[in-house]
Design a protein around this ligand. Structure first.
Ligand SMILES: [Fe+2]
Ligand SMILES: [Fe+2]
Length: 296
């Protein structure tokens, strides 16, 4: 390679090669009609938002399994919502990029991955028989604002937060043989392809931080805190509790006060928090939002 190649080329080259080697079409790879395994959880029970609470102890084993299924459907709903936002942000950046560059071509490859992922999450929700758990009107609007305007460090940091928090759960799920085969397979495909996205976003973020001025960084820290807050709050939609006879606001309040769930949130965000904090992107008022969300 020439010394004059644009920054990010070497990483993009590597990621394009890896995409050729390991990419999956979930419509083909997954047997969507396979019967579910009776009695198998959809999440490790200790990752349920109500695990260890008095509400949990009152649920039957069957209801506990049912709750984890709805929690998975809620996370999948959030996942495809983030992916829609992310695809638009990447396309907006591509609009200004050089289409002959490996960097631009990898961005498009990532969009192609996310198109398949969103179809996969849609099929997963359908297969569970759960509803699509949509974002609140305020978050829906904030997402619209973010996907239409975000660039620079705040764009890549928001991508990393969403991808790495889901990734923490999915890595655990794919390794746990006691769980439903369907969610393990979905998680495995997502983890493999997301590892490339995380690599790309981390590489971009270094350059975006270097290019951002103090005002841009201050705005980025605030927006990143708000994104982290939304993501943590959206993982389990309160309506998921209604599926096991718990009033949504009662379930949500119990989850928020649940030390197990708070530990799970911190565990899921630890890697991305440390990475963004090292980059100077978690501080000031934005940091309070991370704390309020229970992520630190
Ligand atoms: Fe994805
Ligand atoms: Fe991704």
């Amino acid at each position: 390679m020439e010394a004059t190649e644009p920054e990010g080329t070497a990483v993009a080259e590597r990621l394009l090669t890896s995409s050729l080697r390991t990419s999956y079409d979930p419509v083909v790879e997954i047997d969507w009609d396979a019967p579910h395994t009776p009695g198998a959880y959809w999440l490790p029970p200790h990752r349920s938002s109500l695990y260890g609470t008095p509400l949990w102890s009152r649920l039957s084993e069957e209801q506990r399994v049912e709750l984890t299924k709805h929690e998975v459907a809620s996370a999948a709903s959030a996942g495809l919502w983030f992916e829609t936002i992310l695809m638009q942000m990447l396309i907006r950046q591509y609009y200004d990029d050089d289409p002959t560059s490996r960097h631009a071509q990898y961005a498009l490859t990532e969009v192609a991955d996310e198109c398949r992922h969103s179809i996969m999450f849609g099929r997963l929700i359908e297969a569970t028989g759960c509803p699509v758990y949509r974002a609140s009107p305020v978050d829906h609007w904030l997402g619209r604002f973010l996907k239409a305007t975000a660039s620079g460090p705040r764009m890549y940091a928001a991508i990393l937060i969403a991808e790495e928090i889901l990734d923490a759960f999915q890595r655990e799920i794919m390794a746990d043989e006691s769980l439903q085969p369907l969610i393990r397979m979905v998680s495995r495909i997502h983890v493999v392809e997301e590892a490339r996205h995380v690599r790309f976003a981390r590489d971009e973020l270094v350059r975006q931080v270097a290019a951002a001025g103090p005002v841009g960084m201050a705005y980025a820290r605030l927006l990143i805190g708000r994104a982290a807050y939304t993501i943590a709050n959206r993982l389990v939609h309160p309506d998921a509790y209604a599926a096991v006879g718990i009033a949504p606001q009662v379930g949500r309040a119990a989850a928020r006060a649940n030390p197990h769930w708070r530990a799970t949130l911190r565990w899921s965000a630890a890697r991305v928090h440390d990475h963004l904090a090292d980059a100077g992107l978690v501080a000031g008022p934005g940091r309070l939002l991370w704390a309020r969300a229970g992520l630190i």
